[in-house]
Design a protein around this ligand. Structure first.
Ligand SMILES: NC(=O)c1ccc[n+]([C@@H]2O[C@H](COP(=O)([O-])OP(=O)(O)OC[C@H]3O[C@@H](n4cnc5c(N)ncnc54)[C@H](O)[C@@H]3O)[C@@H](O)[C@H]2O)c1
Length: 120
């Protein structure tokens, strides 16, 4: 990738923080397409309309999309570990909202997964 190229980014969790992250991503000239994903179809549709971003109701489709190298995990806290692990397994770079995990053991597992899955 060169400095003039743009990337696609997925935002997993389209609540308040998801909307904030989308707002920041839209200001970033290196970001081309933004794809929002949420388990709440109503919320997803609201974000699609208000932010004018792509919306995906199928996590598998987002994670198998090879044009998306980076995901932001902005879903509710209990979903952080699962979304992060699945994203890393799909080869994505992950930015996860705080708190990243509910327990230290989960946080360590997420970091170890990032080190072994993402960068292999
Ligand atoms: N809002 C803030 O100012 C703020 C500040 C700092 C950190 N955060 C962090 O951001 C995260 C989200 O907070 P919020 O305020 O946006 O909450 P929110 O309740 O507004 O939004 C959470 C969204 O996650 C979705 N969601 C839940 N489970 C999901 C799953 N498995 N897959 C996809 N989407 C799922 C929900 O449907 C909802 O739309 C939290 O971890 C929070 O700690 C928020």
């Amino acid at each position: 990738m060169t400095l003039n190229e743009s990337i696609a980014v997925a935002v997993l969790g389209a609540g308040d923080m998801g909307g904030t992250v989308i707002g920041h991503l839209k200001e970033c000239k290196q970001v081309g397409r933004i794809v929002a994903y949420d388990v709440d179809a109503k919320r997803l549709d609201e974000v699609r309309q208000s932010e004018r971003v792509d919306a995906a109701a199928d996590l598998g489709a987002v994670l198998s999309d090879r044009s998306i190298p980076l995901v932001f995990v902005t879903a509710s806290n209990p979903a952080h570990k699962d979304l992060t692990m699945k994203s890393l397994a799909a080869g994505k770079a992950v930015m996860c909202e705080k708190p990243m995990a509910a327990t230290l053991a989960d946080a360590i597992a997420m970091v170890e997964a990032a080190e072994t899955l993402r960068w292999r």
